[in-house]
Structures are given as C-alpha cells and as structure tokens.
Write a protein that binds this ligand. Structure first.
Ligand SMILES: [Fe+2]
Length: 325
C-alpha cells in the first residue's frame, strides 16, 4: 500500500466534479497522489483494491451517503486505522458529532480554506505513517509467532482458537474493546518465547528432565522481552509473561497467586490448556471434550481461576460453535 512504495495516496470521494480542480489546486504543495471516486460504492471498491492513506469523504451524496461509506470502511478490520476526514456544507454540531460517531477521524466544512485543508491533510498523513510503522512492527512479531508454531508442531489453528476463545471470554466478562483486542493478539503470540527453546525440547516425546524443564520454563520471560519494544507491549506483556502462573502460586516465572496473576493471563491460560488437551501433541493424543472439562474442573482453584473455569465451560457451546474449540 501507499507511502511504502512512493507518494501517499489521497482518495477524494465527492459526487461533484467541480471539487476536483479545487482540491488538486489546494494540495499541489503536498507530494501525494490524488484519486477521485464519484460515489460511495466506487470508493469502497477502490479502497479494497488499493488502500489509500487518507480518505476525504463528502457527506451529501446521492445513494450511499458519506456516513454510510464511513461505517462500511470501519467495518473492515484492515481499515480501522485508515484516516477518514468528512467534508460537508452543514455546520451544525450534530453533523460533526454524527461524523465522529460513524468513525470519521476529522471533520471539515465546505467551502474550506486552503490552509486548513493542507494542515489537516498533513496531520492525517503523519498519523497514517505512524500507524504504518506500528503495523509493520506487529507484522514482524506475528511472523515470529508463525515461526514458533512451525517449530513447536502447533498449528496456526491452535493459536487462533486460543485467541478467539479468549476474546470471547473477555467479551462475556464485559472487558473493554482494548482488553478484548489484547486477548486476541496475546492468544496468538503468547508462546512467542519458545523461539528461544530448542526443538529437541519442544518436540521431545518423553518427559523433560530437570534442565530441559528449566529451559522450557524460560519461554514466558523470553517472550516478554521479545515484544518489549512494541507499542502494544504494555497490554500484551502481562499475558505473555504470566500465562503459566498457577492460581495456587506454584506456577512460573514469578509464582504469582490468585488475583495477583493478571486477569488476561488467567483467561489465556484456560483457553490454551483446553485447546492443548483436546488436540494431539507429540507426547500424547488429544482427549475428549468431556475429559478436558473434567481436567479443567479438577484444576480449578489450584492451576486455574475457578470462576473463569466455570465461565469457560458455560461458554463452551458458543466457543465450539465459533469453531474455536
Ligand atoms: Fe506457554
């Protein structure tokens, strides 16, 4: 996309052709490529095919109006961070509020001042280039997570199932969107520290000796260090570092007990254990769902948070329906 291979792309969505020369003249001083769409459906098609770095979106258009276009852009997770500035001739506060509610980042009224348009475009593009950097840092981490899965004989489906079931529990617990997001990402990369554990240990068929166990138990700490430079690290680190703590305090790496174990780590721990139990591992075959439930109940209060275990079991029909179990 975009600025990574050249000039940033600005998509102007407006049914009036008269706006084109005006915008082109206003933005002449910015090194960017300007594209035009005359209506909402065309704009959505263009965004999907080759995402721009900024969308300047007219509100009043025949057919699909700008609000609807904005909602549809935001409905796609790929475009959550795509800056959208809505442009309208209306100046009422409720129009601005509505634009922001629909997911716009900014709002401008027509006719606009050249200086104002340039300033807003510049600041939106600056923001977008920052998002791109964050994005690529995360992509590296997720690529690493995929490398770990390949090493550990776990499939991508395992981490996705852990991620999806954990996010579902977060939603049921009424946690914030940010926490649910952290559960999903944390579910995918919680074992990233296994990149620092040799395959002879990860894939060993028999029980691990003391030295091997010690090495294996280093993976949460290694993982927490790997993701430390990420901007999202503060929300993911507690999950990665503490997903092997036990409710009775006998886990690792810090021997945290009960509510001292971060909530998101307690959630991931149950989702991870359940999925591991019902699927085959190099050293044992997977067990039935009933047996896995019995194992979770037996470990409630010692290994896992008993309330979360019950919640997980209660939600299992939904989780299984999601294809997450
Ligand atoms: Fe782990």
């Amino acid at each position: 996309m975009d600025s990574s291979h050249g000039r940033p792309i600005i998509l102007v969505v407006d049914d009036s052709r008269a706006i084109r020369p005006v915008i082109e003249a206003c933005l002449a001083g910015i090194n960017c490529e300007i594209r035009f769409a005359a209506n909402g459906p065309t704009a959505l098609e263009m965004i999907g095919a080759d995402p721009p770095d900024l969308v300047l979106l007219d509100v009043q258009m025949p057919g699909m109006d700008g609000y609807e276009v904005c909602v549809r852009i935001r409905a796609n997770p790929r475009f959550k961070l795509l800056p959208v500035v809505m442009i309208t001739a209306r100046t009422h506060t409720q129009d601005r509020v509505r634009a922001l509610e629909k997911g716009a980042d900014d709002f401008m009224t027509k006719p606009f001042e050249r200086a104002e348009l340039v300033a807003r475009v510049r600041s939106s593009l600056r923001l977008k280039s920052l998002y791109n950097t964050l994005d690529s840092a995360e992509q590296v981490i997720f690529a690493l997570a995929a490398a770990v899965e390949a090493k550990d004989s776990l499939t991508e489906r395992h981490t996705r199932r852990v991620a999806e079931s954990a996010r579902h529990l977060g939603m049921r617990l009424g946690l914030s969107d940010a926490a649910q997001d952290a559960l999903y990402r944390g579910g995918i990369i919680h074992d990233i520290g296994k990149i620092g554990v040799s395959e002879s240990i990860l894939l060993k068929c028999g029980p691990l000796d003391t030295g091997e166990q010690k090495r294996m138990q280093e993976h949460p700490g290694i993982g927490a260090n790997i993701i430390a430079p990420l901007h999202t690290a503060s929300s993911l680190q507690p999950i990665i570092r503490h997903h092997h703590e036990r409710f009775d305090g006998s886990g690792y790496p810090d021997g945290l007990r009960g509510a001292k174990i971060p909530l998101l780590a307690r959630i991931i721990s149950i989702c991870d254990a359940f999925d591991a139990l019902i699927n085959d591992r190099p050293y044992r075959a997977g067990v039935s769902v009933d047996k896995a439930i019995a194992t979770l109940r037996a470990g409630a209060g010692t290994q896992w948070d008993p309330e979360l275990v019950e919640l997980f079991i209660a939600e299992l029909p939904v989780i299984e329906h999601m294809g997450a179990a």
